[in-house]
Design a protein around this ligand. Sequence first.
Ligand SMILES: [Zn+2]
Ligand SMILES: [Zn+2]
Length: 89
Amino acid sequence: MTSAETTCAVCGEAAEEPNSALCGVCDRRFHLNQRNDVQGKDCGTVWIDEQYLSLRFACFNCIRPDGRPSGRGEAASGSQAEPPVGKGH
Ligand SMILES: [Zn+2]
Ligand SMILES: [Zn+2]
């Protein structure tokens, strides 16, 4: 086994295994903070598949390939009424 360096598929920085997960869509590793008591980086998300009752992982690349949130077909008129995506609690 070679020591393959693992990098995040989203931000390209080194991703250590305890702080990352494999994307179920592109099968690449991305940062995922799996602990609440430690500050970490999230380059994707995890949710529970209700059908299979298993954890599903997806990196931000696969969630929004264009870098824009998937919302309703709202005709953009120039001004942004909504704040950018932040890390709300
Ligand atoms: Zn990352
Ligand atoms: Zn992915």
